[in-house]
Design a protein. Sequence first.
Length: 230
Amino acid sequence: MSEPVKLIGCFGSPVVHRAEVALRLKGVPYDLITEDLNNKSELLLKSNPVHQKVPVLLHGDRPGVCESLVIVEYVDEAFDGPPLLPSAPLARANVRFWASFVDKECRESMWMALWTDGEAQAASTREAKANLTLIEGQLPEGKRFFGGDTVGYLDIAVSGIAYWMRVFEEIAGVRLMTEEEHPLLCRWAREYTADETARECLPDRDRLLAALTPMRDRFVSIAKAMAVKK
Ligand SMILES: N[C@@H](CCC(=O)N[C@@H](CS)C(=O)NCC(=O)O)C(=O)O
């Protein structure tokens, strides 16, 4: 009998979605343990003692696997099913590079463009749009997804842009990804959010909007703190 798989997650998180979609694409049954992040469980604190964040994957009685992209790679290697990463070393290195670009450079510029104002916002908007253009350039011509004709590792890494960014844009009243400037990325975002497996584990949009809208002031404060650090 296969060992049980549990995912410690929470509602509405783009990084938890990454882990869930990877498990679903591989056909791995799992139990989702939903955390209250204001009152973290002993299980979460014990399983991710360094960052105390979700997602954490528990496979049998092994120590927890932490960090969403690390979990996606672990799931790809530990379970049968369609591969999520390409097999060639150079192609693997390339998707890892772009996934890291999304999490480091892209996320910061988008956050600043959404939640600052004035000159800082204008500069970050330029940067965020240029980063989106760079990501768009990774879409293979004539293919539906970054990974080809099926959802793969880079699609999973970029999925926050396909779904969550639209909700943040609505709350902030800012548009970063447009049909005019990023037609292929917009098409990809529609394909991703329409994909049967991805859709199964995307949070309900209205519920997500209702959960995130009251957090606007917090997002603005985080952006201010990021600007000071820059
Ligand atoms: N880089 C991490 C980010 C994890 C993360 O920020 N998780 C959030 C949920 S979206 C969290 O657990 N926040 C709780 C906290 O910061 O205390 C990953 O990709 O897994």
